[in-house]
Design a binder for this molecule. Sequence first.
Ligand code: ADP
Length: 412
Amino acid sequence: MKTVVFGSCNIDLVYSVDHIVTPGETIAAGSVERHPGGKGLNQAIALSRAGSETYFCGCIGYDGKFLTDLLDVNGADVTLVKQTDKGTGQAFIQVAPNGENSIVIYHGANYDVDREYVESVLSHFHEGDLLVLQNEISSLRYIIDRAYSKKIRIALNPSPFDDNVKGIDLRKITYLILNEVEASYYCGSDDERDAAEYFKKEYPHLRVVLTLGKRGCVYIDKDNEIRSSAFSVEAVDTTAAGDTFTGYFLSQMTKGNDVRSSLKFANAASALAVSKEGAAPSIPYFSEVKKALPHLKEFSEDKEDSLLKKAEKYVEKAFPSPTLEGLAGELGYSESYMARLIKKLYGKPFSKVVIDKRVSVAAELLKTRLDMSVSDIIGHIGYNNENFFRKAFYAKYGMSPLEFRKKGTKDE
Ligand code: ADP
């Protein structure tokens, strides 16, 4: 039985910037780093390091040889990779000191996958083989139709999620591996119980693994729901956590392990990936996972007051522009889970928490920094829309900022 990843290879260019560039602005980056990337490449490396006989197929450009060399060194067979005359796919990533990022993707050669190439790749694989797919190459639906008709089993990681991937007929898929946000696009809810119900009812043949970040994962098929906790590690960089999980879970399953132990092994592998910087370099080898597993402790949910403290610390640090994404990244949770948790902890959504913080910082400045005008203060706390600020201020203090300042100085 062969495992083939038909997917993307990217050159990731990571620029460290003071802030994310705004329209019309030109800024200089403090540094730039070049890394191998692409979900296809990461998952093929994870499968290979997990010990599966793995083929990687996809398109690179004239500048992509270092990527196939990396796959090759890791034990993946790259003889079916095609070189086209476009550049290799690229991701331009800006990273700001508060952890915020913004990404521009150039599909490049990843979108040169055409029907002819698909046919030539699939002619090497047969009934019972496993095809692993993500959503970063062209002709995805064609690949699925042709593989399905050849009775090749298909594992789909529908990431990044878009309408094209949503349109895929899941009846042709054997394994669907996705995170909570992606699941919510299918079932319209970010609650994992709704996702379980949805997939069981609509696609009873499907074997779904829903990954839940720090909360581990849950496997769902028509007869089973199996939960597995994540392992507690110091999260350094969660990039490629999902790709490591996918590679390790599928590798363990195809080696004949049961679902429960495959989930546990995949959680351990991704915990190790999370505790190291980088994408591909952070994916552990089978021997490392095996050695670490007996010593890893299952993650138990942080106490609510300690979470609240961590959230407050983040809001302080990232002020004036804290984001839910930044907070989730800092605490190691998914955004949708973080949003629910914030609502529970604060009794209001994150956007309201930020508004409250801004308004109270403004109140403090109105009293203590008489050299700053109201407009200066509004700019300082990160508001573009003055009216919006004035309304929020009035809602909290029952008076305008100027009245507040006058009252404050009178009281002293
Ligand atoms: P994605 O990166 O695709 O959004 P998740 O965030 O759900 O995927 O992570 C995939 C897996 O990685 C989880 O099921 C879990 O095993 C592991 N993981 C993610 N974040 C952490 C963390 N902070 N600590 C330990 N394990 C983690």
